[in-house]
Design a protein around this ligand. Structure first.
Ligand code: NAG
Ligand code: NAG
Ligand code: NAG
Length: 148
């Protein structure tokens, strides 16, 4: 009788270790995904929100970049590189204040100018590539005081 019981304990132990491993992996992955950039701008000034364009494979190319604001479902900005010429689109209600710029192969920024208090939020930039999995950058933008 004791032997099968030991067997069961061992089985329980290994499935517990497996569960712990899975949990650690899940937590590690979501932490990587939630890694947040911070940006700060004065009210009425210019905000610069970074977005990482680095593909997993060096030969890969960006196809579309989509920005979301807070928990809003609809995008606020799109940058489409699939055609002959890059296409910019910005949510009209945000005014003509948003513009995305490519800095180099790996880096881009979304600038907001002039900022106002309603811009304070966490922004999410999703980069789709031709073949690599999408990459997401979260940016927490704080608007500080007034510009003098
Ligand atoms: C910020 O600017 C937007 C677009 O111009 C405007 O709709 C909004 O009312 C402004 N918000 C504040 C708090 O000034
Ligand atoms: C972009 O990132 C890749 C991979 O990390 C690196 O090999 C490459 O040199 C970087 N390019 C620039 C312009 O920083
Ligand atoms: C964004 O940053 C502000 C100031 O550092 C902080 O109070 C707030 O909790 C952050 N929000 C999120 C969702 O990380």
């Amino acid at each position: 009788m004791p032997l099968p019981r030991f067997g069961n304990v061992a089985d329980d132990m290994s499935s517990t270790s497996f569960l712990v491993l899975v949990l650690v992996l899940i937590v590690t992955c979501s932490e990587a995904e939630l890694a947040t950039e911070f940006a700060e701008a004065s009210d009425g000034g210019t905000a610069t929100l970074p977005c990482n364009l680095t593909p997993n494979k060096p030969s890969d190319k960006v196809s579309v970049v989509v920005w979301h604001k807070g928990v809003e479902e609809d995008p606020i900005y799109k940058f489409d590189l699939r055609g002959n010429r890059p296409q910019h689109w910005a949510e009209p209600s945000l005014g003509d204040r948003f513009f995305m710029r490519i800095l180099d192969d790996n880096r881009s920024v979304l600038t907001i100018s002039p900022t106002n208090l309603s811009d304070e939020n966490v922004y999410h930039c999703r980069v789709d590539f031709i073949t690599s999995p999408s990459r997401i950058t979260h940016v927490n933008l704080t608007i500080v005081g007034e510009r003098f």
